[in-house]
Design a protein around this ligand. Structure first.
Ligand SMILES: *Cc1c(COP(=O)(O)O)cnc(C)c1O
Length: 390
């Protein structure tokens, strides 16, 4: 038996993945080159999207998505508070304001009833959002059809934050195919569904959005004469026609990503098997897994349970969390509600504003789930949880 702690998530790297990276290191291209294009095509094809733009992080993908949609200082972006801070910060990078819509407590996804209510009120006061970032929490897609219908009615753009849900399906179709979202964004951080070390991607079916995002990831520079203001001075000529950033992905990362996306099916299948097993192993314990809706299949980035705080009293979530950590189980909490972060409190957000998210937060614990988690280690997790609660 080894006593290595079991993390909540981790990458799975094969010899083939390593070989793919080594080959790039022996080639002429290290930064964005042919592998980036191949990786983009592979993810676009897997997700059923027309265009894919690879960047150096999921956060960068959110930023160029917002910028390409024209989000600016007079605009507001809405998202849900149970997410990583990046889903909201992308608005601030564009000088826009952020507001939140409470979650549906069973799934921790944005509550479409709250969204509709808030839209109705915002329409009356002329403060409708320009963008809504719908976060597919833990890997389960949001109510995308309902969100799309509201977007068409109220005139906002939908960015689907699919950092947790690459490989998931909604009504039988892959996340990222653009049926409901204007842009879908994902992350290749090592704990996510596939990894490039750091990395991200924006998917869209709109050629103009794709062109704009490509430009924004590389300084706002174009080499396409049709986009230029002046005539090219010669073959070396390029123009900066807007302000962009250096958010490029390297070919080293893309080679790893291409090798990884070929394993996505296998990764998601394993995560689903682990999730099904957790459900059996946890039966009878005072914990409730995130509710799974019948018309969608999660990619299971996270396995979150909510503790029944009344049943475990006088123990609190913190006691259970610390006992698990002490037994070498790398549990986590996803997430501290974004509106309660000091940076957001400074904008006037307060406790009590999004009670669903706050209630959810007090009972949530993420148990380990990742493709290389053994069934034996999974059983250790559940035994440790049972002891921590007792
Ligand atoms: C990980 C994550 C991000 C940011 O991705 P990075 O690649 O770490 O920049 C954004 N949103 C959600 C929901 C995430 O989980």
């Amino acid at each position: 038996m080894n006593n290595r702690p079991i993390p909540y998530g981790r990458q799975s790297i094969s010899e083939k993945d390593i070989e793919a990276v080594v080959q790039v290191l022996r080639s002429d291209w290290l930064t964005q080159g042919p592998m980036v294009g191949e990786f983009e095509r592979a993810v676009a094809e897997r997700c059923g999207a027309r265009y894919a733009v690879a960047v150096n992080s999921g956060t960068s993908a959110l930023h160029i998505a917002c910028a390409a949609l024209g989000l600016g200082p007079d605009d507001v972006l809405w998202t849900s508070p149970i997410t990583f801070v990046a889903s909201a910060n992308c608005a601030l990078y564009c000088g826009a304001r952020v507001d939140f819509v409470d979650i549906e407590p069973d799934t921790a996804n944005i509550d479409v009833n709250c969204l509709e209510d808030k839209l109705r009120k915002a329409a009356r006061t002329g403060s409708l959002p320009k963008v809504v970032v719908a976060v597919d929490f833990a890997g389960q897609p949001c109510d995308l059809a309902e969100i799309r219908a509201l977007a068409d009615r109220y005139g906002f753009f939908v960015i689907e934050d699919a950092c947790h849900s690459l490989g998931a399906t909604y009504r039988g179709e892959p996340v990222g195919n653009g049926r409901y979202a204007d842009i879908t964004v994902t992350s290749f951080h090592p704990v996510k569904l596939i990894t490039t070390g750091e990395g991200g991607m924006a998917l869209t079916n709109d050629p103009d959005l794709a062109t704009r995002m490509r430009r924004l990831r590389s300084h706002g520079i174009t080499r396409d004469p049709d986009e230029m203001e002046g005539a090219p001075h010669g073959p070396w000529y390029y123009e900066q026609i807007q302000l962009g950033w250096n958010y490029r992905m390297t070919d080293i990362q893309a080679a790893l990503g291409l090798s990884q996306v070929r394993r996505l099916e296998e990764f998601v299948a394993r995560r689903r098997a682990l999730a099904a097993r957790y459900e059996d192993l946890l039966a009878g314990l005072p914990v409730t897994p995130v509710t799974q809706l019948p018309d969608r299949k999660s990619a299971w980035h996270l396995y979150v349970v909510r503790l029944d705080l009344a049943a475990i009293a006088p123990k609190a979530r913190r006691d259970v969390f610390e006992a698990l950590r002490a037994s070498g189980i790398g549990v986590q909490v996803h997430y501290i509600p974004v509106h309660l972060q000091p940076w957001y409190r400074n904008m006037g957000f307060r406790e009590g504003m999004f009670p669903g998210a706050e209630r959810y937060y007090h009972g949530a614990i993420s148990l380990p789930i990742y493709p290389d988690l053994s069934y034996e280690d999974q059983e250790k997790v559940v035994t440790a949880l049972r002891e921590a609660i007792a």
